[in-house]
Design a protein around this ligand. Structure first.
Ligand code: FAD
Length: 480
């Protein structure tokens, strides 16, 4: 039974990085805000995405480092991994951060309501709570921040055991010996690197298109394919997975058509379905209130996050790609500005950075070389590449003395010297995205980057040297 209608100025649905950021910013502006969440504060990112995956990726890299530090005199024998303890460690991190979000919401006097929200009309919502249902009214605006859900394939129905998604994997208490990953995008590759380092012996990635990381600069695609192969991960591209037959609790057979048109069987203990994510817009009752969606179910918005229905806004993954936490939270700030009638509030970044936390990492912001050529023509596009093998800091962090793999590549507009894109590969190299994104956002030139004093010895010197390489004058690397 519904209790009395509670009234707020703004109601936010979903407490992921988009929703909780919006709730806090609106409260900072003095508005009376409710935040409705059906599952856990922090959303996908904090509970089943960015944070737990990066914690486990870091753990896997620690294991790898311990096993490869003989050359620097670190003799470690009998390295073993207690997966249950690792899960406790990971969950402690997640809970600590979730506690932080809860505290921030409380300090800003945001009313947090637990339950699943559904529109009654454009200003009223029914919230189905664990104990009771509520009706909530928004006098000024409703912000939809309901995120995304895995885009599964109907022929690969998840069962939590042999056919799983990333959320299942992040909670695994035991590792399979043989795992097949369907999907060579960001999540598939991060999971592959993490699990390889944590001890999954046989890993295979099946990707439907011709390359891993579709959409990334081809040099990054080639780099990551080579690194994964080097780590012993099998990769097949152009493979169209048809179905999976569950043979037992720990055996599954995948049937696929290969790039040559043959039917192929792959046996594994489990299959991870990592075929992307889709907007989570289905259960909100949007059709009834007339909110426009695109063919994939993404809510259509303008730069301020407004839908076609007055007073209804949407931010983050539910509006389509790129599905990234930092995009969701920046969209939130622009939308809050608009709700608060601050002039010029719009989400219109020059570029959105993207990091893939493989081992080693790859990261990208701005135009890839082919996209730049498409836009400006071959004659106008200049590139510079600086390999990490020429960077002192990268060597100083290399326990096994092998040459550090990776590079920084800059794509620029020759006639104006303006930066168009930065593509980065190597251990810890995703940290360079901050500077690269700021440079793009500020419209800097390649020379601006090369003339900026970079501290020595840091990985960021790689960016400065790549800028010099665009002008064929890198000091620590010779290229004709
Ligand atoms: P979400 O974080 O998905 O939050 C939506 C919230 O809405 C959820 O808590 C959900 O329970 C709630 N909700 C949904 N419907 C309702 C309803 N009707 N009523 C009430 N509540 C509702 N991004 C990065 O930038 N970096 C990374 O390293 C990264 N790693 C990732 C790793 C994995 C394995 C995954 C799956 C994702 C990763 N992402 C990463 C993507 C990132 O998690 C999302 O882009 C981000 O969480 C989107 O934020 P959001 O606020 O739009 O939605």
């Amino acid at each position: 039974m519904a209790s009395d209608v509670q009234e707020f100025e703004v109601v936010v649905i979903g407490a992921g990085p988009g929703g909780y950021t919006a709730a806090i910013r609106l409260a900072q502006r003095g508005l009376n805000v409710a935040l409705i969440e059906q599952e856990a504060l922090g959303g996908t990112c904090l509970n089943w995405g960015c944070i737990p995956s990066k914690a486990l990726i870091y753990a896997g890299e620690q294991v790898h480092r311990l096993k490869t530090s003989e050359a620097m005199g670190l003799h470690v024998s009998g390295v073993s991994l207690d997966l249950a303890q690792l899960q406790t460690w990971k969950q402690t991190i997640v809970n600590r951060l979730k506690g932080g979000v809860k505290q921030l919401l409380a300090k800003h006097k945001v009313t947090v309501i637990t339950g699943q929200a559904r529109f009654l009309d454009s200003k009223r919502l029914e919230v189905f709570g664990p104990q009771q249902n509520h009706q909530i009214q928004a006098s000024r605006a409703v912000v939809i921040a309901t995120g995304s859900v895995p885009a599964t394939i109907s022929s690969l129905p998840l069962n939590g055991k042999t056919i799983v998604d990333a959320r299942d994997v992040l909670n695994w208490q035991a590792l399979p010996e043989r795992l097949t990953i369907v999907g060579g995008g960001v999540i598939g590759l991060e999971m592959a690197c993490m699990l390889k380092n944590l001890g999954v012996a046989h890993l295979q990635i099946l990707e439907g298109t011709q390359t891993l990381l579709p959409g990334f600069d081809p040099d990054l695609q080639a780099f990551i394919a080579q690194q994964l192969k080097h780590a012993g991960i099998l990769i097949e591209t152009g493979v169209n997975v048809q179905t999976a037959q569950v043979m037992s609790d720990s055996e599954v057979k995948i049937i696929a058509i290969t790039s040559t048109g043959e039917t192929q069987h792959y046996d594994a203990n489990a299959v991870l379905v990592a075929t992307g994510r889709k907007p989570n817009s289905g259960a909100l009752g949007l059709k009834a209130i007339g909110v426009a969606l695109d063919a994939r179910g993404a809510i259509t918005i303008d730069a301020a996050g407004q839908t076609n229905v007055a007073g209804v806004y949407a931010i983050g993954d539910v509006t389509g790609g790129p599905m990234l936490a930092h995009r969701a939270s920046q969209m939130a700030l622009a939308t809050c500005g608009h709700i608060n009638q601050e002039p010029g509030s719009a989400f219109a970044p020059v570029a959105i950075p993207s990091a893939v936390f493989c081992s080693p990492e790859v990261a990208s912001v701005g135009l890839s070389e082919p996209d730049a050529v498409k836009q400006f023509g071959t004659e106008q596009v200049k590139t510079g590449v600086f390999p990490l093998v020429a960077l002192g800091r990268a060597h100083a962090m290399r326990p096994d003395l092998t040459p550090p793999p990776g590079f920084v590549k800059i794509v620029s507009h020759g006639p104006t010297d303006r930066l168009l894109g930065v593509h980065i590969a190597g251990e810890h190299m995703a940290e360079l995205l901050g500077e690269a994104t700021l440079a793009l956002e500020a419209g800097l030139t390649v020379q601006d980057v090369s003339l900026t004093v970079h501290a020595h010895p840091t990985l960021s010197e790689g960016l400065m040297e790549a800028a010099e390489a665009v002008h064929r004058q890198a000091i620590h690397y010779y290229s004709a």
